[in-house]
Design a protein around this ligand. Structure first.
Ligand code: NDP
Ligand SMILES: O=C(O)C1=N[C@H](C(=O)O)C[C@H](O)C1
Length: 269
């Protein structure tokens, strides 16, 4: 029997769920011990490797999150907000590290995650990649250096299956830009322009959203002034970058006490 940290993946049939199961099964730093899907899902009872169209991984897809989490040290969860809130409570019961990649939470839903973090380590980020977390720090620095003569716009593009907008990453970048300027994003956020919007308000942080095809995830932060523009850009071309970041967070969390953390903590940024 191995002593490596045992990990469960929720939403195992999803785009990120499958990428995570593959990444963990190829890692020599941890072991995949569980794959969770909704009750009634076609994959329940199948081996996750076989369900994905590959070789047997020795892990049967189940809808029993409590039983799976109880035998694991970490849970990696890229699903939907209401499911993640339920998984947070179960991870707390099992004292398992809960890595949350899910996006699209309302403020009220984010508050509902907090009680579980009194008993377990929660690492949550709208983007788990090293590149985007670095871009977020750079965004804060640039926003701090420039005044409101520079209009800040966050432009994001994703595949046509994505259900939330602006993306979790775009909101992270907007928060960082607002923090750089010393304001609250909620006071300056300008999302969803359509029709007779009136002229742009000085100091606002704007968001623009593209959805199409199989775009993995692209984010620009534009600082536009009279006569010049600065654009900071990240382009994801493979979901494995998010899975690697999530795995790093799951391992990092093993030596932390209960509480809420983000990828800046994990990456030391
Ligand atoms: N933080 C980051 O770095 C990243 C975050 N994301 C975020 O991760 C989330 C998932 O993205 P993606 O994989 O593309 O989406 P998918 O729709 O492909 O996958 C979501 C999975 O969650 C499952 N699911 C939904 N509800 C439950 C439930 N109650 N119990 C168990 N499983 C459930 C879905 O099953 P079913 O289809 O049957 O409903 C599906 O398998 C999104 O919020 C996305 O924005 C994505 C990439 C990177
Ligand atoms: O849904 C996705 O695909 C992605 N979601 C995250 C987000 O909302 O920012 C991260 C990444 O861009 C891919």
């Amino acid at each position: 029997m191995t002593d490596l940290p045992k990990i469960v993946v929720t939403g195992a049939s999803g785009r990120m769920g499958q990428m995570l199961c593959q990444t963990i099964s190829q890692s020599n730093a941890c072991t995949l011990v569980g794959a969770i899907e909704r009750a009634g899902h076609d994959w329940i009872g199948l081996d996750i490797g076989v369900a994905m169209g590959g070789a047997d991984m020795g892990v049967i897809v189940s809808d029993d999150a409590l039983a799976a989490f109880a035998q694991a040290q970490a849970v990696i969860d890229f699903t939907v907000p209401e499911a993640t809130i339920e998984f947070a409570a179960i991870a707390a019961q099992a004292r398992a590290v809960h890595v949350i990649g899910t996006t699209g939470f309302t403020d009220e839903q984010i508050e509902r995650l907090e009680p579980a973090s009194r008993h377990s380590v929660q690492v949550r980020a709208g983007n788990m990649s090293l590149g985007v977390n670095l871009l977020t720090k750079l965004t804060q620095m640039v926003a701090k250096a420039l005044d409101e003569d520079f209009d800040i716009e966050v432009i994001e593009a994703h595949h046509h299956h994505k259900v939330d907008a602006p993306s979790g990453t775009a909101l992270m970048l907007g928060e960082a830009a607002a923090a750089g300027r010393g304001v609250a994003l909620s006071d300056v956020r300008d999302a969803g322009r359509d029709g007779m919007t009136g002229a742009r308000k000085r100091g606002d942080i704007g968001f623009a959203v593209v959805r199409g095809g199989d775009i993995v995830g692209e984010h620009d932060v534009m600082f536009a002034a009279a006569g010049e523009r600065i654009v900071l850009r990240h382009m994801a071309t493979d979901r494995v970058i998010f899975a690697r970041g999530a795995l790093k967070a799951a391992l990092w969390g093993q030596s932390r006490g209960p509480g809420q953390y983000d990828m800046f903590d994990v990456l030391g940024l």
